[in-house]
Design a protein around this ligand. Structure first.
Ligand code: ADP
Length: 439
């Protein structure tokens, strides 16, 4: 089985968010199941790695003939190809996004027609248009339903040289994600529960009716964790490395973390590492933070995002210097020290397609307190590896923290550390899906 993944970002070449993690690790995991992958990306200027020139592809875009240079690289058994449709394109999501990703996918479709492959796997709206032009069966994965690739029909016509077909239109505009949902042979999203949730108006972002209409070909497959990178037994960022048989070393990490942050050494630490956006629900935490502290815990937050939330948590850290620590930064080392030092991990998401942070936390023996939604509900076992709370509200968060404090923390930690969050059987599930799509 030979698969070409088409996406906007992939580690180790270019990363903005979680999509790059998935495209960086899934193809390698697929290789172990006998699936050979090529990853096709736009050539952004920021990709500085030495790439091998592989000629050109002639394609049509905007009603005219164009050429894109093709570049290549190979890494860990995976082939990478880069299409240079615009030499001025610096980084993912740089405007005009619609024009650039439409040019990329039109070039990609032409390039694919000349490649030996069995299946195309397109990821998110940036790659959506390739699904409609793919010469072979196509799988489409929704990583983020919030961004759908919408544009006015006349602009679409200018950018492609074609009038939009009826099933590309959604409420009067072109919707590239909808077009891929209808055209793909199989559609997946990144957890089974989220696959069900997005069929409801509450989670469907305006596409719930479309998603209900394709439910026969829609499934959820959880993302895996790079368990070599995220491993407390080998993690060089931690003062003390540890495993499930040496949790006393994790307690020493906690003491180091609390001492460094000048927090109360006699109380447990609730940690969080997150983007501070509406999705992640930290406005709810801010609402009840004094009452959370009253339960007898420290709170350690690492995250950047909305200015109002950053201000709120900075203010809380000033008001409770012995109990609250906040860093508004993206800081890999600090993130590891929170996973490896906190007693509990807070994740009150309003929605969560899959979520990696809760899996990292469980692998590090830091039981999550998480909202019962999407991939959180599929990966955290309530009362066994952590706590799930139902309500997206300050009271809900508070109830979650209260409940976990009544449970045996060490038993939760051990149960979470014993779980398998690797790609293994999840890559196998993709393989089976590919086989169905091809047959
Ligand atoms: P999302 O992709 O929606 O942001 P995930 O839970 O799937 O959420 O993945 C988030 C990843 O980004 C995790 O690996 C988390 O550790 C990391 N991360 C988020 N915020 C920060 C930060 N401020 N500093 C370091 N790492 C962060």
């Amino acid at each position: 089985m030979r698969v070409v993944h088409v996406a906007a970002e992939a580690l180790p070449f270019v990363k903005v968010g979680g999509l790059a993690d998935v495209l960086g690790s899934l193809p390698r995991a697929l290789a172990a199941t006998g699936v050979r992958s090529t990853v096709l990306l736009p050539r952004y200027r920021e990709i500085a790695d030495p790439l091998e020139p592989l000629g050109e592809v002639a394609y049509r875009c905007c009603g005219e003939a164009r050429r894109a240079r093709v570049w290549g690289a190979a890494l860990g058994g995976v082939a990478y190809r880069f299409l240079e449709v615009d030499p001025d394109w610096s980084a993912p999501y740089e405007p005009p996004e619609d024009a650039r990703y439409l040019a990329f996918t039109q070039a990609a479709a032409t390039w694919l027609a000349e490649q030996d492959h069995d299946l195309v796997h397109a990821h998110d709206w940036h790659a959506a248009y390739v699904v409609r032009r793919a010469p072979r069966p196509a799988v489409f994965t929704i990583h983020n339903l919030a961004f759908q690739g919408e544009l006015e029909p006349d602009r679409f016509e200018r950018l492609t040289g074609e009038a939009p077909e009826a099933d590309l239109l959604h409420e009067g505009r072109v919707n590239l994600m909808k077009g891929a949902l209808l055209a793909a042979d199989r559609v997946t999203t990144v957890s089974p529960r989220y696959a069900r949730e997005i069929q409801t108006p509450e989670f469907g972002m305006g596409l719930d009716a479309v998603l209900r209409s394709i439910r026969g070909k829609l499934t959820g497959i959880l993302n895996g964790l790079d368990t070599e990178y995220w491993n407390p037994a080998t993690d060089g960022f931690l003062p003390q490395k540890y495993d499930a048989d040496h949790l006393e070393r994790k307690r020493r990490n906690r003491m180091t973390l609390l001492a460094t942050l000048r927090l109360d050494p006699g109380l447990p630490a609730v940690g969080a590492v997150t983007r501070l956006t509406w999705q992640k629900g930290f406005d709810l935490v801010l609402e009840v933070l004094p009452r959370i502290l009253d339960l007898g815990v420290n709170f350690v937050l690492l995250g950047t995002g909305e200015a109002e939330l950053e201000r709120g948590f900075a203010e809380a850290a000033r008001r409770y210097p012995r109990r609250v620590a906040f860093h508004a930064a993206f800081d890999e080392a600090r993130a590891h020290r929170i996973y490896g030092g906190a007693d509990y991990f807070l994740m009150p998401s309003r929605y969560e397609p899959c979520g990696l942070a809760q899996m990292i936390a469980m692998r590090y023996g830091t039981p999550p307190i998480a909202r019962a939604t999407g991939g959180l509900a599929d990966t955290v076992e309530d009362g066994v590896t952590g706590v799930l709370f139902e309500e997206a509200s300050g009271e809900g968060v508070l109830a979650g923290v209260r409940r976990i404090l009544d449970l045996d923390a060490e038993a939760l930690a051990r149960a979470g550390m014993a779980r398998d969050f690797s790609w293994g059987r999840r890559a196998q599930a993709y393989r089976e899906l590919y086989e169905e799509a091809v047959s």
